[in-house]
Design a protein around this ligand. Structure first.
Ligand SMILES: [Zn+2]
Length: 231
Protein backbone atom coordinates (compact mmCIF):
# COMPACT_ATOMS: atom_id res chain seq x y z
CA UNK A 1 0.00 0.00 0.00
CA UNK A 2 2.70 2.44 1.06
CA UNK A 3 4.75 1.44 -1.97
CA UNK A 4 1.82 2.06 -4.35
CA UNK A 5 1.28 5.46 -2.77
CA UNK A 6 4.90 6.47 -3.30
CA UNK A 7 4.87 5.31 -6.89
CA UNK A 8 1.76 7.42 -7.50
CA UNK A 9 3.68 10.50 -6.38
CA UNK A 10 6.61 9.60 -8.59
CA UNK A 11 4.45 9.37 -11.73
CA UNK A 12 2.84 12.68 -10.92
CA UNK A 13 6.18 14.42 -10.53
CA UNK A 14 7.49 12.71 -13.68
CA UNK A 15 4.62 14.18 -15.74
CA UNK A 16 5.38 17.71 -14.61
CA UNK A 17 9.15 17.35 -14.99
CA UNK A 18 8.75 15.68 -18.35
CA UNK A 19 6.86 18.73 -19.68
CA UNK A 20 9.63 21.00 -18.39
CA UNK A 21 12.37 18.85 -19.97
CA UNK A 22 10.53 18.80 -23.30
CA UNK A 23 10.07 22.59 -23.21
CA UNK A 24 13.77 23.15 -22.51
CA UNK A 25 14.65 20.69 -25.27
CA UNK A 26 12.51 22.65 -27.75
CA UNK A 27 14.06 25.90 -26.56
CA UNK A 28 17.64 24.70 -27.10
CA UNK A 29 16.96 23.07 -30.46
CA UNK A 30 14.86 25.75 -32.13
CA UNK A 31 16.95 28.69 -30.85
CA UNK A 32 20.25 27.02 -31.80
CA UNK A 33 18.90 26.14 -35.25
CA UNK A 34 17.64 29.69 -35.75
CA UNK A 35 20.98 31.20 -34.73
CA UNK A 36 22.88 28.81 -37.03
CA UNK A 37 20.51 29.43 -39.94
CA UNK A 38 20.91 33.21 -39.70
CA UNK A 39 24.67 32.93 -39.03
CA UNK A 40 25.07 30.80 -42.16
CA UNK A 41 23.23 33.43 -44.20
CA UNK A 42 24.80 36.63 -42.91
CA UNK A 43 27.96 37.75 -41.10
CA UNK A 44 25.89 40.50 -39.41
CA UNK A 45 26.51 39.88 -35.66
CA UNK A 46 23.72 42.03 -34.26
CA UNK A 47 21.27 40.53 -36.75
CA UNK A 48 22.16 37.06 -35.45
CA UNK A 49 21.65 38.16 -31.81
CA UNK A 50 18.31 39.82 -32.61
CA UNK A 51 17.13 36.69 -34.42
CA UNK A 52 18.13 34.53 -31.44
CA UNK A 53 16.41 36.76 -28.86
CA UNK A 54 13.27 37.10 -31.00
CA UNK A 55 13.26 33.33 -31.45
CA UNK A 56 13.30 32.75 -27.67
CA UNK A 57 10.45 35.22 -27.07
CA UNK A 58 8.35 33.95 -29.99
CA UNK A 59 8.96 30.30 -29.07
CA UNK A 60 8.05 30.82 -25.40
CA UNK A 61 4.82 32.60 -26.29
CA UNK A 62 3.91 30.01 -28.89
CA UNK A 63 4.55 27.19 -26.38
CA UNK A 64 2.43 28.97 -23.75
CA UNK A 65 -0.44 29.59 -26.15
CA UNK A 66 -0.33 26.06 -27.54
CA UNK A 67 -0.25 24.44 -24.10
CA UNK A 68 -2.99 26.70 -22.76
CA UNK A 69 -5.32 25.91 -25.65
CA UNK A 70 -4.65 22.18 -25.62
CA UNK A 71 -4.93 21.74 -21.84
CA UNK A 72 -8.03 23.99 -21.70
CA UNK A 73 -9.83 21.92 -24.29
CA UNK A 74 -8.85 18.80 -22.35
CA UNK A 75 -10.37 20.40 -19.22
CA UNK A 76 -13.55 21.29 -21.18
CA UNK A 77 -13.90 17.68 -22.31
CA UNK A 78 -13.48 16.39 -18.76
CA UNK A 79 -16.05 18.89 -17.47
CA UNK A 80 -18.55 17.87 -20.15
CA UNK A 81 -17.98 14.17 -19.34
CA UNK A 82 -18.62 14.86 -15.64
CA UNK A 83 -21.83 16.80 -16.43
CA UNK A 84 -23.11 13.92 -18.53
CA UNK A 85 -22.19 11.44 -15.80
CA UNK A 86 -24.01 13.60 -13.20
CA UNK A 87 -27.15 13.58 -15.36
CA UNK A 88 -27.00 9.83 -15.89
CA UNK A 89 -26.56 9.25 -12.17
CA UNK A 90 -29.70 11.30 -11.54
CA UNK A 91 -31.85 9.75 -14.26
CA UNK A 92 -30.69 6.14 -14.26
CA UNK A 93 -28.89 5.26 -11.05
CA UNK A 94 -29.65 1.55 -11.38
CA UNK A 95 -27.93 1.23 -14.72
CA UNK A 96 -25.01 3.29 -13.46
CA UNK A 97 -24.61 0.87 -10.58
CA UNK A 98 -24.58 -2.05 -13.03
CA UNK A 99 -22.07 -0.21 -15.20
CA UNK A 100 -19.71 0.36 -12.28
CA UNK A 101 -20.08 -3.22 -11.01
CA UNK A 102 -19.31 -4.52 -14.53
CA UNK A 103 -16.08 -2.48 -14.51
CA UNK A 104 -15.01 -4.13 -11.23
CA UNK A 105 -15.91 -7.58 -12.61
CA UNK A 106 -13.69 -6.74 -15.59
CA UNK A 107 -10.88 -6.00 -13.13
CA UNK A 108 -11.28 -9.40 -11.48
CA UNK A 109 -13.91 -9.12 -8.72
CA UNK A 110 -16.67 -11.71 -8.34
CA UNK A 111 -20.05 -10.32 -9.54
CA UNK A 112 -21.61 -10.35 -6.04
CA UNK A 113 -18.66 -8.57 -4.45
CA UNK A 114 -18.42 -6.16 -7.40
CA UNK A 115 -22.03 -5.07 -6.90
CA UNK A 116 -21.43 -4.63 -3.17
CA UNK A 117 -18.31 -2.54 -3.78
CA UNK A 118 -20.11 -0.44 -6.39
CA UNK A 119 -23.06 0.12 -4.02
CA UNK A 120 -20.85 1.22 -1.13
CA UNK A 121 -18.68 3.49 -3.28
CA UNK A 122 -21.74 5.08 -4.83
CA UNK A 123 -23.32 5.62 -1.43
CA UNK A 124 -20.15 7.40 -0.35
CA UNK A 125 -19.49 9.49 -3.51
CA UNK A 126 -21.29 8.34 -6.64
CA UNK A 127 -19.86 10.92 -9.04
CA UNK A 128 -16.34 10.47 -7.66
CA UNK A 129 -16.50 6.70 -8.10
CA UNK A 130 -17.67 7.02 -11.72
CA UNK A 131 -15.16 9.76 -12.50
CA UNK A 132 -12.28 7.60 -11.23
CA UNK A 133 -13.24 4.12 -12.35
CA UNK A 134 -15.35 4.74 -15.45
CA UNK A 135 -13.79 7.92 -16.89
CA UNK A 136 -10.28 7.37 -15.50
CA UNK A 137 -9.99 10.85 -13.98
CA UNK A 138 -8.24 11.76 -10.77
CA UNK A 139 -7.70 15.01 -8.94
CA UNK A 140 -3.89 14.79 -9.12
CA UNK A 141 -3.81 14.67 -12.91
CA UNK A 142 -6.61 17.21 -13.45
CA UNK A 143 -5.67 19.51 -16.34
CA UNK A 144 -4.29 22.89 -15.21
CA UNK A 145 -4.04 25.19 -18.28
CA UNK A 146 -2.24 28.14 -16.65
CA UNK A 147 0.31 25.93 -14.92
CA UNK A 148 0.96 24.05 -18.16
CA UNK A 149 1.35 27.30 -20.12
CA UNK A 150 3.76 28.85 -17.60
CA UNK A 151 5.83 25.64 -17.27
CA UNK A 152 6.24 25.35 -21.05
CA UNK A 153 7.05 29.03 -21.60
CA UNK A 154 9.59 29.22 -18.77
CA UNK A 155 11.32 25.95 -19.65
CA UNK A 156 11.49 26.95 -23.33
CA UNK A 157 13.03 30.32 -22.36
CA UNK A 158 15.61 28.63 -20.11
CA UNK A 159 16.50 26.15 -22.87
CA UNK A 160 16.70 28.94 -25.47
CA UNK A 161 18.96 31.00 -23.19
CA UNK A 162 21.70 28.33 -23.47
CA UNK A 163 22.54 28.73 -27.20
CA UNK A 164 22.09 32.50 -26.76
CA UNK A 165 24.69 32.45 -23.97
CA UNK A 166 27.02 30.41 -26.22
CA UNK A 167 26.49 33.05 -28.91
CA UNK A 168 27.61 35.83 -26.55
CA UNK A 169 30.64 33.87 -25.35
CA UNK A 170 31.81 32.92 -28.86
CA UNK A 171 34.04 35.64 -30.35
CA UNK A 172 35.28 33.48 -33.19
CA UNK A 173 34.07 30.16 -34.57
CA UNK A 174 30.53 31.16 -33.69
CA UNK A 175 28.79 28.35 -35.57
CA UNK A 176 30.85 25.40 -34.24
CA UNK A 177 30.63 26.74 -30.66
CA UNK A 178 26.85 27.29 -30.75
CA UNK A 179 26.24 23.94 -32.47
CA UNK A 180 28.63 21.97 -30.26
CA UNK A 181 27.44 23.39 -26.93
CA UNK A 182 23.79 23.05 -27.94
CA UNK A 183 24.28 19.38 -28.86
CA UNK A 184 25.97 18.86 -25.50
CA UNK A 185 23.03 20.51 -23.67
CA UNK A 186 20.57 18.42 -25.68
CA UNK A 187 22.39 15.19 -24.83
CA UNK A 188 22.52 16.13 -21.12
CA UNK A 189 18.84 17.01 -21.08
CA UNK A 190 17.94 13.84 -23.00
CA UNK A 191 19.84 11.86 -20.34
CA UNK A 192 17.99 13.66 -17.51
CA UNK A 193 14.65 13.04 -19.24
CA UNK A 194 15.45 9.35 -19.62
CA UNK A 195 16.49 9.09 -15.97
CA UNK A 196 13.20 10.64 -14.84
CA UNK A 197 11.21 8.28 -17.03
CA UNK A 198 13.34 5.26 -16.11
CA UNK A 199 14.44 4.71 -19.74
CA UNK A 200 17.96 3.76 -20.92
CA UNK A 201 20.07 6.95 -20.77
CA UNK A 202 22.63 6.45 -23.61
CA UNK A 203 19.95 5.61 -26.16
CA UNK A 204 17.85 8.68 -25.22
CA UNK A 205 20.88 10.97 -25.34
CA UNK A 206 21.96 9.55 -28.72
CA UNK A 207 18.46 9.96 -30.16
CA UNK A 208 18.07 13.59 -29.16
CA UNK A 209 21.61 14.40 -30.33
CA UNK A 210 20.93 12.83 -33.72
CA UNK A 211 17.71 14.85 -34.28
CA UNK A 212 19.39 17.96 -32.94
CA UNK A 213 22.32 17.63 -35.33
CA UNK A 214 19.93 16.99 -38.20
CA UNK A 215 17.82 20.08 -37.40
CA UNK A 216 20.87 22.33 -37.01
CA UNK A 217 22.52 20.95 -40.14
CA UNK A 218 19.40 21.47 -42.26
CA UNK A 219 18.76 25.01 -40.99
CA UNK A 220 22.41 25.94 -41.58
CA UNK A 221 22.22 24.56 -45.10
CA UNK A 222 19.03 26.50 -45.87
CA UNK A 223 20.57 29.64 -44.33
CA UNK A 224 23.71 29.28 -46.45
CA UNK A 225 21.64 28.72 -49.59
CA UNK A 226 19.43 31.79 -49.03
CA UNK A 227 22.40 33.84 -47.87
CA UNK A 228 24.25 33.38 -51.17
CA UNK A 229 21.07 34.08 -53.16
CA UNK A 230 19.83 37.13 -51.25
CA UNK A 231 23.15 38.66 -50.26
ZN1 LIG B 1 -21.24 6.02 -15.04
Amino acid sequence: MVRGHEEGHKTQRAGWLRAAVLGANDGILSTASLILGVAAATPNGSGIVIAGVAGVVAGSMSMAAGEYVSVSSQADTERADLELEKKELKSDRKNELKELAAIYVGRGLQPGLATEVAEQLMAHDALGAHARDELGMNAASAPKPVQAAVTSAVSFAIGGALPLAALFVARTMLMPIVAGSSLLFLALLGGIGAKIGGAPIPRAAARVTFWGALAMGLTSAVGALFGTHVG
